[in-house]
Design a protein around this ligand. Structure first.
Ligand code: GLN
Length: 314
């Protein structure tokens, strides 16, 4: 066990931020019109420690689209409602090695969507959320879960929701292919709409760091003090994140950073260091796999400075 002081953590975060703030490279998500128009210069890093202390540097109260980071809380919700075993059996926990929006995620393993952290499995997960058949009830469960994990509520970005709903043809195809293979457990269009809406929730990196810290803290939100989920879920969701959080770049990411992390095309990333802290970073320009260039750089720099990677054996 090595001891790191809060001062060391603050200093490493500030250094990582200063070193990476003028990095160029990447482009905003262009296939969702709303995201294409977000200021590409926004940048922030947030850290929440397990004693509840929050460190925020840069644009950490800017509300951006949560996008695929929402796949994490909804996978947690399905586990809260039905247990990790049901999630494994109905969706799976494997890497796909494929882009987030690949239809092949469904076909890889006996018509099984592989993991709730790619589009196919996430749409399937939305179909599993209870109460079945009740769109408003399911939406409330999804939002309440995120609110508990963050200790404050997300806010739907209506324009983003409209923008995504009008352009989500690939996801519609995925949803119907899932239906064909009996991997949609509720109404197809309702499940797709819930997925699209959860992706359109506005969130800040400060909020996401608290979510990551709640996961790192075995389900107890370290800021609100509320026990949100059973501690048995932390190793399950963290292994899902480690396996596929950066899609086809997941292995390279884990190899270079040592931190299980999940990205979204809104530019947000969460990183989970179980028993240690939660981290979030945000910057809109993305690499070719849809992962934020600067969020990756700042998080990697921070974690490597303190040698906090999970394989460092802290
Ligand atoms: N809403 C986006 C989509 O389904 C989310 C993708 C992502 O963040 N990787 O295409």
């Amino acid at each position: 066990e090595k001891t790191i002081t809060i001062d060391q953590i603050e200093q490493a975060a500030q250094e990582a931020f200063d070193e990476t703030k003028s990095l160029s490279g990447g482009v905003n998500a262009h296939y969702i019109p709303y995201l294409a128009n977000i200021d590409p210069g926004l940048f922030g890093i947030s850290i929440t420690l397990l004693n509840g202390k929050c460190i925020n540097i840069g644009d950490t109260s800017y509300r951006f689209g949560i996008e695929s980071v929402s796949k994490v809380p909804t996978a947690i919700l399905v586990m809260r409602q039905q247990g990790p075993e049901v999630l494994l059996n109905k969706i799976g926990a494997d890497a796909t090695g494929l882009p987030f929006n690949s239809i092949f995620a469904i076909l890889l393993e006996n018509d099984h969507p592989s993991t709730p952290l790619v589009n196919a499995g996430a749409i399937s997960a939305c179909s599993m959320v209870l109460p079945a058949g009740d769109s408003a009830g399911k939406w409330k469960a999804i939002v309440d879960n995120i609110t508990e994990l963050c200790g404050s509520a997300p806010v739907l970005i209506e324009q983003l929701y409209e923008s995504e709903s009008a352009t989500n043809f690939n996801n519609r195809a995925i949803a119907w292919l899932l239906k064909n293979y009996n991997r949609i457990y509720d109404d197809v269009n309702m499940s797709l709409d819930l997925y699209t809406r959860q992706c359109s929730l506005g969130i800040t990196s400060a909020q996401l760091a608290v979510m990551a810290a709640t996961i790192a803290n075995n389900g107890v939100n370290p800021v609100s003090g509320k026990a949100v989920f059973d501690e048995a879920i932390t190793p399950k969701i963290t292994s899902l994140i480690a396996t596929v959080g950066f899609y086809e770049h997941t292995g390279d990411w884990l190899y270079t950073s040592g931190i299980p992390a999940k990205s979204g095309v809104g530019g947000g990333v969460i990183g989970v260091l179980p028993g240690v802290m939660g981290i979030s970073a945000f910057a809109p320009p993305l690499d070719e796999a849809g992962n934020s260039v600067k969020a990756q750089a700042v998080m990697k720099s921070f974690v490597n400075k303190l040698e906090l990677g999970i394989f460092n054996g802290n």
